[in-house]
Ligand binder design. Sequence first.
Ligand code: ADP
Ligand code: MG
Length: 678
Amino acid sequence: MRTCSASAALSDWDGIPAKDILAYQSAGVETVADLLERLPKRHEDRRRFDSFPAQAGAGAVCLRGTVIDSRVRRFGGRKQYYEVIIVEAGDGILTTSKITCRWFNMPWMKNTLAAGHEVVLYGKPKEYQGGIFIDHPDFEIVEDDSDESIHLERIVPIYKGISGIPQRRQRIHAYELLRAVDPESLAPVYDVDPSYPRHEALLEAHFPESQQQADAARRYFALEEFFALQLSVVWKRAQVRAHQGRVLGKKTELLTRFYKSLPFDLTDAQKRSVKEVIADMRSPHPMSRLLQGDVGSGKTFVAMCSMLMAVDSGVQAALMAPTQILAEQHYLTFQQWLQPLGVRVALRTGSRKEDSHMELDGDPQIIIGTHALLYNSIEYNDLGLVIIDEQHKFGVSQRSRLIQQGMMPDVLVMTATPIPRTLTLTIYGDLDVSVLDERPAGRGEVVTAVRKKPKVTDITKFIKDHLSEGRQVYLVYPLVEESDALDAAAATVEYEKWKKRLSKHEVKLLHGKMPPEDKDAVMTSFRDGDTDVLVATTVVEVGVDVPNANTMVIQNAERFGLAQLHQLRGRIGRGEHKSYCILCTDGKSPEAMEKLQVLAETSDGFKIAEADLRLRGPGDVLGTAQSGLADLKFVDYLADVELIREARALAEEVLKQDPELEKNPRLLKLIHDGDVEV
Ligand code: ADP
Ligand code: MG
């Protein structure tokens, strides 16, 4: 076998037949390196097989056996499945250890697997009418050939399927290529671990001698991927910081007057955050800071302090809210607190399309609006500070838009979504972070209870009790179907029922399908206390501040994610009244109960976020919202603090040694090629 280079095309190596090369190519595998860096999705320890299960267990098993019988069976009219009976290897026909495997609606299976075949099976057994079944197992036919040492008596790799190339062949290709490739040619763009040669790591990632070895090898490649990600994050951060910003925030007269006018003291966390912001404003670099704090932790006051510092320096400050309602709410709050200090505050929301050019008359010092403030051409006088009140995510694009417009203001992003530190380093890795981890004093406690199928009469009584004390109530219904329309319909049906049950009170409906004017009218009437009960979908999730509302009943709570439930619950407990959140559930799934129990036990947003990460894994937590990250090959390592810290430290070290990457053009190329939008 001759030596080939990692960068060679697969077709340059004569070990793979042409039709397989085509199949690889359509799966995006073009070069030798592509094939070798396609790590197995899991391994099977074929040195020792599991014994045939006598009952359904918790996890998957790996079995070796012989097919003794097979047939096609019909069910439900025209549908069919293929059934195969397998006995434990070596036991022969007298054995009682057998298992049935079924493949539904895969008619070609009968040409693939038949009596006499020896197989290796992998899947989750279940019990059904006294027999043990595995439906749709991973399987591999054991063949008598010289390659047996690759497929048996060792820990073998199992790859993601490629149509047209069976596992065995994929494995042979990987095995042979690992031996044919020139180790030198596998040298990484940047060596994240000089003590672990990359060729060795690849070998052990495919054909390890122990599961630990496989894990260590996989971690090596995860580190490689996260290093590239962190390098690009740290690089971007350096790019922003390299811009000349302005020195603001020298004068503190307004801030002092503001502090004196407050009826409460800022929390220590608020004070710390204000200090951090002021330090950024005073530095000649533009500020890029993230202010993280649970709902109700007092972010708005930190925003006000920062904006007053800007105003005192003679520049304008803008606050952008995600929705019109929120912008209006902020505007009222700002008016209330800042007008007495003589600060001019203006509201610009551009709700009408034709408002693309917004006049800023009266020379306001503080401008409050929606994100439209970024997209419409506004004649700012001298914009020195931008605060973005962002509930869920904030794209790089918003910041770069300001930079494109030739402005380099200080930027503070506020988020109410607590994110575990590891994710912050990645998602917001180019921002400095301030955390409000303390609730202002004088807030009523929030009691959370999980209830399995509670009686409607009990809930009604509970609600009436609070209404009679003058409080207000949220009744929240989940997304019933993956459709806004059905969702709205379900809430509408429930709304009619509640109107009858609570006929002495003002009940209103709020859902996403309503025209914006109607939504605003309902919200305003709830805020002003004219509406007592809001029957709503998750539209109430986003920052509505009604301190008098102290009761929330969430139906089918199991259908919501933890973060979303936490966000919803943040709507209550905003005033001095003790508050109550009832999570109603069908109680069918133990996982859902465990999830809901987290909320009953803690109201600490960071703890909840960590539990969410643990229960669902980073891929699901991030969802499609952070698609850049969902594309990561090693997305599961997002929860690995140590790995991410290590990647970060490596990236920082590289850029410290070589800030412009002049000595590392390949790394510079890596940043530009792999430009991950995070
Ligand atoms: P967030 O924006 O983080 O959700 P807000 O800034 O809107 O929180 O504050 C929530 C509520 O707490 C407001 O009603 C506000 O007046 C009050 N508040 C903020 N900071 C304090 C404090 N230090 N002490 C007492 N109450 C506070
Ligand atoms: Mg807020």
